[in-house]
Ligand binder design. Structure first.
Ligand code: B12
Ligand code: SF4
Length: 442
């Protein structure tokens, strides 16, 4: 049987901040490579990935033309919130240029705002875990059957959006094929701050996080369920990457060490391969122990990123971080003693942030004195508590596409939930970067 082409598209980020451009970062579209691998293995499909981040196209007709020229009947877009307005415009133009194309959207934005499938260029949406629902939808469409009962599907009936219930998560993550890296050119992706010009790959060993921080979108897709791949399966993937000349890994796990013993085993297994891996992880402070810190160092960890968020103890509890400043201090000390470079990140403009609490945050950043620090403005994304609060307060209109495009934390903010003006938030962010850029951390 001839294989059916499916084009998986990552839309360009048309509104990159100066800081983002300066960094020259381009991360791998791992989710597209995963979906592509799954479709190829599970059905008569020939997936292709079109990563528009690697093209220099700015006009919507030009972008839609590039998609059209791939002659694919099915086009799937992954959606991050700030990029959704662009995706919606591309899909609409694409339908004008190629009326027979079926467009499908999935990813974090649609999982949080499935009703946004109402825009005219969008035919279907998939919420939550994408693999099985996407496959079922394509199978139905290809065979001319009615897909309306598929779980996780978002579809339209008489112009009204219908959001189907979610399905159970996949039980065995080892049953997923490794990402189809052959569908992209890995040499195009860069993370210069850590890996220079060497290629890297975004990898994941778990899905989900059981915590419930008020600003985080993990639960929107993964419903606070945490699932693990086996370490045999994970190591098989890393060794496969090494054979492709990739030894640099960017862990996309929400949290690398929620089960510290498993993380220690993984680090030890990376050491045992004899491959000179280098990698970056996100880690909760309360997961760090001296043994973990030691093996992180030994197995090539170039940065352990800790979300500190705020230097105000009460605020830490209010955002449901479920960590104390002392726990954070202890983790930073253990990592420093083991020689693991640390990136701490802070949120400026949390709900209720005042001049005093922001100054406490900057003071805590000074005290922790880590190699890298990030100061982000709060970004309320759909499905999170801070998003709902912003809507409730009338500060955010979910239908305002300009506001949606501004949902990005570098040099602007769509919504301000703090007690400080937006200009002052930006000034604090700027001041923090200036001050910390000059310092040489211990
Ligand atoms: C790598 C990454 C990035 C990369 C690239 C992401 C990309 N997809 O292109 C970069 C650095 C660009 C990035 C940027 C941002 N990111 Co980010 N990022 C991630 C990260 C760490 C991994 C993404 C990933 O591959 N996950 C693994 C796969 C398995 O999960 P997945 O992407 O959700 O895909 C599954 C389903 O969603 C679904 N699916 C996804 N796409 C599609 C498409 C179709 C057609 C179908 C059917 C299904 C489907 O199927 C997949 C498999 O089950 C996630 C956190 C995480 N652990 O997921 C955050 C995350 C996606 N990012 C997030 C945020 C907040 C941002 C920023 C908005 C931050 C900011 N304030 O600036 C920016 C957006 C910048 C911009 N202007 O676009 C949020 C999402 C919020 C949202 N609604 O957009 C997340 C979930 C982090 C979090 N926990 O809050 N990010
Ligand atoms: S611990 Fe991290 S990944 Fe988990 S909910 Fe909080 S911010 Fe999200």
């Amino acid at each position: 049987m001839a294989r059916e082409k499916v084009l998986l598209v990552r839309a360009p980020n048309l509104y990159k901040s100066e800081q983002w451009k300066k960094q020259g970062v381009l991360r791998t579209p791992t989710n597209m490579a995963l979906l592509g691998a799954y479709l190829r293995e599970s059905g008569p499909y020939e997936p292709e990935i079109l990563d528009l981040e690697t093209y220099n196209l700015n006009s919507i007709p030009e972008i839609a033309g590039t998609i059209s020229s791939r002659n694919s009947r099915y086009v799937g877009f992954t959606t991050l919130t700030p990029r959704f307005p662009t995706i919606m415009r591309i899909a609409q133009e694409l339908k004008t240029q190629s009326p027979n194309v079926t467009t499908i959207v999935g990813g974090p934005h649609i999982s949080g705002r499935p009703q946004d499938c109402r825009y005219p260029g969008i035919d279907y949406g998939i919420t939550g875990e994408g693999e099985q629902a996407f496959l079922e939808l394509l199978d139905n469409l290809r065979q001319g059957e009615d897909p309306s009962e598929i779980k996780n599907l978002v579809h339209k009936v008489d112009g009204n959006v219908v959001v189907n219930p979610r399905r159970q998560f996949m039980k065995d993550l080892d049953s997923l094929p490794y990402p189809a890296w052959d569908l992209i050119d890995l040499s195009q992706y860069k993370e210069p701050a850590f890996f220079g010009q060497e290629p890297h790959a975004g990898v994941f060993t778990t899905r989900g996080c059981p915590q419930d921080c008020v600003f985080c979108a993990s639960k929107v897709t993964w419903d606070r369920r945490l699932r693990y791949r086996s370490l045999d399966n994970v190591m098989g993937e890393f060794e496969d990457l090494a054979k492709r000349g990739v030894r640099n890994l960017y862990f996309y796990d929400d949290q690398f060490a929620l089960k510290p013993e498993r993380a220690i085993d993984l680090c030890n297994r990376m050491i045992q391969t004899g491959i000179d891996f280098r990698y970056v992880v996100q880690i909760r402070a309360d997961s760090v122990n001296p043994e973990l810190a030691r093996v992180l160092k030994k197995s090539g960890c170039l940065s352990a990123a800790i979300g500190v968020e705020t230097g105000n103890e009460e605020m830490l509890q209010r955002i449901r971080k479920k960590e104390t400043k002392d726990e954070i201090r202890a983790a930073v000390t253990m990592l420093k003693e083991a020689g693991v470079p640390i990136t701490t990140s802070y949120i400026i403009g949390l709900p209720g942030d005042t001049h005093e609490t922001i100054q406490q945050t900057l003071e805590f950043a000074r005290e922790l004195n880590t190699q890298q620090r990030k100061f982000m403005l709060l970004t309320p994304v759909p499905g999170t508590d801070v998003y709902n609060l912003a809507v409730q307060k009338g500060l955010l209109d979910p239908d305002d596409l300009d506001q949606m495009e501004n949902t990005t934390f570098y040099d602007r903010t769509a919504v301000n939930l703090s007690d400080v003006s937006t200009e002052e938030l930006l000034r604090y962010q700027d001041q923090a970067y200036r001050e910390f850029d000059k310092q040489t951390p211990k």
